[in-house]
Design a protein around this ligand. Sequence first.
Ligand code: WTA
Length: 646
Amino acid sequence: MSQPEVFPVPEAWAKRARIDAAGYEAALKRVEEDPEGYWREIAGRLDWIKPFTVVKDVSYNREDFRIRWFADGVLNASANCLDRHLPARANDIAFIWEGDDPADSRKITYAEAHAETCRMANVLKSHGVRKGDRVTIYLPMIPEAAFAMLACARIGAVHSVVFGGFSPDSIAGRVQDCQSTVIITADEGLRGGKIVPLKQNVDLALTQCPDVRTVLVVKRTGAKVFMKPGRDFAYDEEKAKVSADCPPEPMGAEDPLFILYTSGSTGKPKGVLHTTGGYLTWAAYTHEAVFDYRPGEIFWCTADVGWVTGHSYIVYGPLANGATSLIFEGVPNYPTTSRFWEVIDKHQVEIFYTAPTALRALMREGEEPVKKTSRKSLRLLGTVGEPINPEAWLWYHRVVGEGRCPIVDTWWQTETGAALVAPLPGATALKPGSATKPLPGVKLQLVDADGKVLEGATDGNLCITDSWPGQMRTVYGDHERFITTYFTTYPGKYFTGDGCRRDADGYYWITGRVDDVINVSGHRLGTAEIESALVAHHTVAEAAVVGYPHDIKGQGIYAYVTLTVEAKPSDELRAALIKWVRQEIGPFAAPDVIQWAPGLPKTRSGKIMRRILRKVAENDVTNLGDTTTLADPSVVEDLVKNRAGA
Ligand code: WTA
């Protein structure tokens, strides 16, 4: 293989970066020699109501399993994001909101964000929400989404944000799992000029959630929506009744901050639980270190707050650092494919963080939509969510950044809280397609399928051998599932579920999931979830779903469907099944390809051989490997012959 291109740290960056090469080396050395001191210093960036004395208390062994950081410290996340910037920076901008319609935007100062958050917190309190209660947030990308999260944090309630693209069924499952009795939503959302019926989705979800007693409805479009007396309240009216003063609740460092549901290889989505002290420390530290963030700069992360990226890099990280964070309601191609770049010019964005899938889609439109904008304000670019192919990286660097902006490719997961593998732009030479190296204190290991540790340049399964502050603490309501999912494949290690290559320079190249999770446009989906949605349709007897390489989405969804004897394959049925999955999970989970499969390749014990299904989907059918263990090898011939033209 030819050597990949290397981009050294630009001279100007080497001179003025927050962390330069020497600083990076010093941090690596320090965390080895004096880990306690290193972590203490990192956590010292937060305001503690009561300082911690214990830094780390961790064991990954089943017998005495525990993950605790700064455990006896007391703090409040919302006070760290808001109050401590007051009064000195009361008039600094906390959020710039850019609406779906380019004519719609507004700026919110730290003083205003504080007042809005306090009001929202008082409304929650007036509806009986107490410390430890779970509150579900199902909002579009409007400032109230951030206020709602911070309001929960303020009173010690645990938020569970559900992405606005999820269906009523998906909302219901998440509300039931964490037994939340209060939901914050909006009348409607607006994305790319299209209406998203948020309140209507909540109403449908709530037919399955009898315990929900309060729905707060934020006004976004002003549409008239159904309001159930005694349950549904117009947020505007509730807000007018409460004061803008709400003292922050003192929280233990290990008290839960939020739950965020994410897909795994089996079963229903898991409620990933993050706690207060460690999570906020890691979100804030990485936001400053990886993005070389400086006070006064405008930071734009294009993710939705419904995903972890939005939690850590729209709300908690930037606000803990007193940054100006841009909240964008729209989509990259509305009203035109120049939208991202126009927003950058309009608000003079300095740091821009997006997903490879968006870049690949925009790249297709050519350079013109980019080049007609200035982008002079930009100084750093970032990506997250999936591996970035070198072509997209190079385009981002050359066309968007005009060769002057380093790109930080950040690898992390919902479970890790914030970035773990990423360059420090003032210290790390870049290789397009590699997330480069672990941040100081992050201990990666590559192992083979049997758990044997692999050294040097190699391919393997990516594990982490020791904890970092932002690590998830449990699966909500199912601690056993947490330990089994992450710490038993390779006992004593956290297994990421990702495959990875390490090159001779010690750079890491994530190759994608090695489990049954797929990554579609940066959205993480369990194939099992899509399968169970499909078999819930009356025409489907059995279904198996795999990912296949997709030019724009990274991975596409390929479904093999066995119909019941009564059902007949047809294009109409295919369309109906795609629509069905959209309704069951959400539009982003719709299969790209459905192949009718009279039978699925199974072992004699009945296990579906996904390896074969993946190969057929990828159209790599010359080497299907060993098929002798199949119960009925002829099934494979049929699958290959009738392969859908993906
Ligand atoms: C993938 C998103 C390559 C990876 C923050 C991981 C990446 C999963 C990168 C987590 C990256 C994320 N390069 N792959 N820079 N970032 N991934 O939980 O497979 O939605 O396990 O968190 O996305 O997805 P999640």
